[in-house]
Design a protein around this ligand. Structure first.
Ligand code: SF4
Length: 174
């Protein structure tokens, strides 16, 4: 497998591959198998060349409003993720996608939630609340808006924000 093929393979499987400060970053690194790691190590110089020849992310260069800044991404992946963190991440990605977010945005938002967990930050997102219903296409709604002191209809900007909400009820976590 050439470096370009390896890059396409990783991106096709949902990994983000970037080069920053002369370091290659593959995220979420905790989901890489040992075989992946060996292939990346062997293809490192070629991967760097392939990266410069292709768009930054596998969405073809679309904007990624929820992507963590590199220093935050480093914190989020500083420690290996245990099985629980991986399962939570995967469940969150699926849940966020069910609200109509694309795969990359769901991935980026789930990474934000993981970083929130790392920091033991007590704030929450509507995307992990049992009272949220609807999708981006049909409109997102809060089923507990009086307690939450918000309008019933919620814009995407609000459901993706970390916040303290008195009406929040956590969805079942795996
Ligand atoms: S209760 Fe709060 S966190 Fe839950 S959906 Fe409504 S506004 Fe969002």
């Amino acid at each position: 497998m050439t470096a370009a093929m390896l890059l396409a393979d990783l991106r096709g499987r949902g990994f983000t591959v970037e080069s920053a400060d002369n370091k290659l970053m593959v995220r979420p690194s905790s989901l890489l198998s040992e075989d992946d790691r060996q292939r990346i190590r062997k293809a490192l110089p070629g991967l760097r060349v392939a990266l410069h020849a292709q768009p930054t992310d596998h969405t073809g260069g679309e904007s990624r409003p929820y992507r963590l800044a590199p220093p935050d991404a480093e914190v989020a992946h500083a420690e290996p993720w245990d099985d629980g963190a991986i399962a939570r991440f995967q469940a969150r990605v699926l849940r966020i996608q069910r609200r109509g977010f694309g795969e990359q945005d769901a991935d980026d938002l789930a990474e934000r939630l993981h970083l929130r967990d790392v920091h033991a930050d007590q704030r929450v997102m509507c995307l992990e609340c049992r009272n949220l219903s609807g999708t981006l296409a049909t409109g997102l709604r809060c089923g507990n808006h009086k307690a939450a002191v918000v309008m019933r209809d919620l814009p995407a900007e609000l459901v993706t924000q970390m916040q303290v909400c008195p009406g929040f009820v956590e969805v079942d976590q795996r």
